[in-house]
Design a protein around this ligand. Structure first.
Ligand code: HEM
Length: 469
């Protein structure tokens, strides 16, 4: 007969945990406690016991059992509701299934071709702007440049280039959408401390700003619907919004039933900062590893030839070194560091009795830095992801959870990889990334902190120049 444990028998941190009012740093508290208390322990958070897990096998079990045993953490869903972005991430059961089917279908590889033209156009704009900066490029605010790129590229993927809208309307829409992240992030940070959301205060500024954003999105939905009707049945959906409308019409689903507006906000919120932040981290690792930069440049030069950007989506698959460097950067310094879930029923996790309603913090980043899962986990080694050299660097595939796992894993993974590979090929083909601090990348602390303040600059690369390590 197996013996089970109650959660009160788990190692437990004595003091209630308080969240910092900064989402980017929230993980630090749990990761520091995991160093102290091990792979599964308990904390008190927001007047409730919370179970923290960093074991790869247990995390995979929980992620894959969403729907039956686990659902979204209700306080997280309340934050999304408060910022009008309570689409798929806040949904559960039938609602989630219906929204997921439609959203995931709009990001399938068969649709990526349609988005590629807009990805190329925004990438080309970035290249031209950086070339125009000339010698001043190395003094440019790269964080703002990469975030600006990410916002522009996902705005273009979702809404197209809006070229058919009057110029003043187009500019207003673009400006508002560019400010969206700031508007939403400020509100999230204000709601975060302690997550005592039962009596959260209203924010008049936010209410007014979000009202404007919602009006713009509603008008863009109506506009794109009309464009589709004009193209009647010609399969001309050219942006994600049109693809979503097409899929909903095929399935006979009403816009309100899938919370289209909330989901558009959520898609922008889920895509823009994650992709920008990941790109900055990848650029940091490339700059810090001259040999890796040379390897990428050789790969990119062979594919680009005389072009400055990848023209044909088929060539994206050839970017094997860039692919490996993205994965290794995401392993060592991922933007998504934990996933929050809640037990939907009384259940057993391994030998531990978890009561219904208990929140669980799954430390997905922490387990990718565990020596048990990755050989020389603290070392940046992109070759562990290359099929030719994989055998030399054994690892537990399931411990890489940068895009989550199971039925609720990131549906935008393919799209994010396409955007990142397109822009990184352009950057490495045309520019040189230079580390300014000379700080060694093998510093273990790099794995836990952002590589900020930015320790690299970019300069225009003479293509025939041989850059030595
Ligand atoms: C490098 C960029 C990205 C990273 C690191 C990332 C990471 C993640 C992670 C860790 C999750 C939670 C997965 C889980 O719970 O198992 C997630 C969910 C999600 N992501 Fe991404 N993501 C990225 C880009 C994108 C993009 C480009 C989109 C859309 C265009 C997107 C849309 C979503 C959505 C809608 C969900 C919620 C899925 C659900 O609840 O069913 N993400 N992402």
């Amino acid at each position: 007969m197996s013996i089970t444990k109650n959660i009160s028998e788990l190692p437990c941190h004595p003091d209630p945990v308080t969240m910092k009012p900064d989402l980017d740093r929230a993980h630090e508290i749990f990761e520091q406690l995991a160093d102290q208390y091990g792979k599964i322990f308990m904390v008190q958070f927001a007047n409730q016991p919370m179970v923290v897990v960093s074991d790869a096998k247990l995390i995979n079990f929980v992620l894959c059992k969403r729907q039956e045993l686990f659902g979204p953490y209700h306080r997280n869903s309340k934050i999304l509701e408060a910022i009008k972005s309570d689409g798929i991430e806040a949904a559960d059961d039938h609602d989630w299934k219906q929204q997921r089917e439609i959203i995931a279908a709009s990001m399938e590889s068969s649709h990526l071709n349609r988005y590629f033209e807009n990805i190329k156009a925004v990438t080309e704009d970035l290249k031209n702007r950086w070339i125009a900066y000339g010698e001043n490029l190395s003094k440019t605010d790269l964080e703002a440049e990469i975030f600006g790129f990410s916002i522009s590229v996902f705005t273009a993927i979702v809404f197209g280039d809006m070229a058919d809208k009057p110029e003043d309307e187009r500019e207003t829409a673009k400006n508002l959408l560019h400010n969206l992240l700031v508007i939403l992030s400020k509100r999230i940070d204000a709601l975060l401390p302690q997550m005592h959301l039962e009596s959260f205060t209203r924010d008049k500024d936010f209410d007014e700003q979000i009202k404007e954003v919602l009006i713009i999105i509603e008008s863009l939905i109506a506009h794109n619907r009309n464009l589709l009707t004009d193209n009647n049945g010609t399969g001309k959906a050219a942006n994600m919004l049109q693809v979503l409308i097409e899929i909903m019409e095929e399935k006979g689903v009403d816009i309100r039933n899938v919370k289209l507006i909330e989901n558009i906000l959520l898609i922008l919120l889920a895509s823009e900062p994650t992709t920008a932040d990941t790109l900055l981290r990848v650029l940091h690792y490339i700059g810090a590893n001259p040999q890796v930069q040379k390897e990428i440049q050789d790969e990119v030069d062979a594919i680009l030839g005389k072009c400055d950007i990848i023209e044909n989506i088929k060539d994206i698959k050839k970017l094997r070194c860039i692919d490996a460097v993205i994965y290794e950067s995401m392993r060592m310094s991922p933007v998504a560091r934990f996933v929050l879930v809640e037990a939907k029923v009384d259940l057993l996790l391994d030998d531990i009795e978890i009561p219904c309603g208990t929140p669980l913090v799954l430390l997905i980043a922490y387990c990718a830095m565990d020596e048990e899962n990755f050989h020389q986990a603290a070392t940046f080694e992109h070759r562990r992801w290359c099929s030719e050299s994989k055998e030399d660097f054994s690892h537990n595939n399931k411990a890489f959870l940068g895009f989550g796992a199971g039925p609720r894993s990131c549906p935008g993974r393919g799209l994010a990889m396409l955007v990142m590979k397109t822009v990184l090929a352009m950057i490495c083909g045309n520019f040189q990334i230079c580390l300014v601090s000379g700080k060694p990348v093998l510093d273990e602390t790099v794995s836990k902190d952002k590589p900020f303040p930015l320790d690299f600059t970019v300069e225009i690369r003479g293509k025939n120049h041989d850059f030595e390590a």
